[in-house]
Design a protein around this ligand. Structure first.
Ligand SMILES: [Zn+2]
Length: 326
């Protein structure tokens, strides 16, 4: 009798182990690294997003020009000090940017400040990482942390967002009929600008920011900032297409999205997924370096060499790019 019980327990344990094994296998399949699944995902995404590109607006092309004095006269005079500092800084730092979207959104924005570990944060239904800008509601929610640029990051989103009947755009992010494109690059560039204008002691979107920095090096600082404030992803893709095919340029933006959406704590701590992420990051950077080399005849040296212990780009790869081998 005793042996039968032991046998049943043994079988149950084996069954549970098999379930855990199958579970881990399924988790591995969810990553978009460079494998069969990835290629399928990219092609499928590309077809869907190619369509987005075709309907991408040259946002704000014919908007009226607003000068700084008119701008100050037209904004709500009771804005918060920190919001006013943001406005002063970007109007001073960026000379020729379009400030229409900032003007459209700033006067009726709702700002919710959350304290870390406070009662309303713990029980709040809003689960945000550091901050969030809800484009449709024109509402910012952020954690008030000393010396962080959380609020300014969200204000950059506000200053570059627009809602139309059938689409939404925010900087280089574009949403149309349940499809979206440009999330990763937009977050990276937003954080890069936030850090430059409002240095703080917290940093986010490290990889996206580095990728945005490489793209800025190709396009040029002033030009990229202008496109960002006009929420003009189409012109950015056209600009990249001068040195690669349009299809490659769109795929690059999609790959950055894939990387950014999958760059989670859970994936980094799964060795299979982390390796796939490193491969995707390598692929993204090779694309950018090739564009950079074909435009400037020299390589941008600010590439990311390592991801979570995995090698990404090294001198061998850069030499292969220079020699046209890859
Ligand atoms: Zn953001």
């Amino acid at each position: 009798m005793k042996t039968e019980y032991l046998l049943i327990i043994f079988l149950l344990l084996t069954f549970i182990m098999i379930l855990i094994w199958i579970g881990s296998f399924r988790r591995k399949l969810t990553i978009y690294g460079y494998n069969k699944n990835t290629k399928y995902k990219l092609i499928r995404d590309h077809k869907r997003k190619q369509h987005i590109y075709e309907v991408l607006p040259l946002s704000l092309k014919n908007e009226e020009f607003i000068n700084k004095y008119d701008f100050y006269a037209r904004i709500n005079q009771n804005l918060d000090d920190r919001v006013m500092k943001f406005i002063d800084k970007i109007l001073n730092d960026f000379d020729t940017i379009n400030i229409n979207l900032l003007l459209n959104n700033i006067n009726n924005v709702k700002i919710n400040k959350l304290k870390l570990h406070s009662f309303n944060t713990i029980f709040s239904s809003i689960k945000i990482s550091n901050g969030e800008y809800n484009i449709k509601k024109n509402e910012i929610t952020y954690y008030d942390i000393n010396n962080s640029n959380n609020l300014e990051h969200e204000l950059f989103h506000l200053a570059t967002s627009k809602v139309e009947d059938n689409f939404m755009c925010s900087g280089f992010y574009y949403y149309f009929k349940d499809s979206e494109i440009g999330y990763g690059l937009n977050e990276g560039y937003t954080q890069l600008l936030s850090n430059r204008c409002f240095p703080g002691n917290q940093d986010f979107y490290y990889y996206e920011k580095s990728i945005a920095f490489m793209i800025e090096d190709i396009i040029g600082k002033e030009k990229l900032i202008k496109l960002y404030f006009k929420a003009d992803l189409k012109s950015l893709i056209d600009e990249l297409s001068k040195y690669s095919s349009t299809e490659e340029a769109i795929n690059l933006i999609i790959k950055i999205d894939c990387f950014s959406k999958k760059n989670s704590y859970e994936n980094i701590n799964n060795s299979f997924n982390a390796k796939a992420m490193a491969n995707l990051l390598k692929d993204i950077q090779i694309n950018i370096l090739k564009i950079s080399y074909s435009k400037k005849n020299k390589l941008n040296v600010n590439y990311i060499r390592e991801f979570n212990g995995y090698k990404v780009i090294d001198d061998i790869i850069t030499n292969q790019i220079i020699n046209g081998i890859i």
